[in-house]
Design a binder for this molecule. Structure first.
Ligand SMILES: Nc1ncnc2c1ncn2[C@@H]1O[C@H](COP(=O)(O)OP(=O)(O)O)[C@@H](O)[C@H]1O
Ligand SMILES: [Mg+2]
Length: 303
């Protein structure tokens, strides 16, 4: 069965998409783009444009502001449709499936790649919560202004894609990045469960997982020069057999930044502590940190 998003995308013709992209572009200047400007830029005559905008509002891809000047703004759904149909046009994906994850800062959908394989598409959402993981990228005005949210969401997509490329090519346990368009990052789908849902694990499996996660943090720190900054049982997918991946990287900080060491220490202490509390795995957090920072060559053995 086709997902709702797939149905919406299939129902749009070229002019519909043209209107959406026109509004998207003009939103760098207007939060609500005046109708006459949309008409001028899209070159779609008034009567026809009006019908298109009516349908797009009905589908909740745009929102209308009535008043002295009628204007339209894109919704996140509208931006999703633009990015996903662009990925289709580029021959990256062929279909959009169901939503598999709703995070604080992103919605994740299953997608089918042009070759038929399944992948995950993360659509960044800035502005969903007022306390973003990425405070550094925003100004106070960004809290209220949709056009700023979109700009930041796109920046987060770019950041996440590019950092996944660097981590993945160095052998870190992360999903393989496939493509990026605007605020959407297409990545390898890793079937598993978030670690917070895994009630039991043997000590051997727990150690293997922790070793992989610590090695991933070490690659990030020593080879890529970054700290994840939001490591928890919600951002590790466990695939069984002591294997998994660390996801959700866009809030990373560079290791030269002033709070980087503190964040790294927190990430390491947190995951080591979680593995101890939940699965009884005893590993010294100081030794784990020394391994991640390159001060020791091998991961600490359980005590
Ligand atoms: N590559 C992936 N493979 C499988 N599931 C994923 C993948 N990336 C994300 N998910 C699912 O989507 C959820 C939200 O993704 P995440 O990157 O953590 O976004 P958020 O910033 O919203 O927390 C995850 O908890 C996980 O269930
Ligand atoms: Mg997350």
């Amino acid at each position: 069965m086709a997902s709702r998003l797939q149905e919406i995308i299939e129902s749009l013709d070229r002019d519909d998409l043209r209107v959406l992209r026109t509004i998207e572009k003009l939103m760098s200047r207007h939060e609500y783009v005046p109708l006459d400007i949309i008409e001028r830029r899209s070159r779609i005559p008034g009567g026809r444009l009006w019908k298109i905008l009516w349908r797009l509002s009905d589908l909740k891809l745009v929102r209308r502001q009535a008043g002295p000047v009628t204007g339209y703004t894109l919704t996140y759904l509208g931006l999703d449709v633009i990015a996903l149909s662009s990925l289709m046009g580029r021959g990256v994906i062929s279909r959009v499936g169901e939503r598999i994850g709703v995070g604080k800062e992103g919605d994740v959908y299953l997608v089918e790649l042009a070759g038929g394989e399944v992948a995950a598409a993360k659509l960044h959402r800035e502005g969903r919560t007022s306390f973003s993981k990425i405070r550094r990228l925003r100004s106070p005005a960004a809290m209220v202004d949709r056009k700023q949210w979109f700009r930041i969401a796109k920046l987060l997509g770019e950041r996440e894609f590019k950092v996944l490329v660097r981590l993945h090519e160095r052998g870190a346990w992360v999903p393989e990045p496939i493509a990026w368009d605007r605020h959407c990052v297409v990545q390898e789908y890793r079937e598993g469960v978030e670690l917070y849902r895994v009630r039991e694990m043997s000590l051997e499996e727990a150690y293997s997982l922790l070793e992989g996660v610590l090695t991933t943090l070490r690659i990030a720190y020593l080879d890529v020069g970054i700290v994840h900054g939001d490591l928890s049982e919600y951002n590790v997918i466990y695939e069984g057999d002591g294997r998994g991946v660390v996801i959700d990287w866009p809030q990373y900080v560079y290791k030269e930044e002033e709070n980087a060491d503190e964040l790294l220490e927190r990430d390491v202490a947190y995951i080591v502590g979680f593995m101890r509390r939940r699965y009884g795995l005893q590993v010294d957090p100081g030794e784990a940190l020394a391994y991640v920072k390159g001060a020791r060559a091998s991961p600490p053995r359980p005590g």
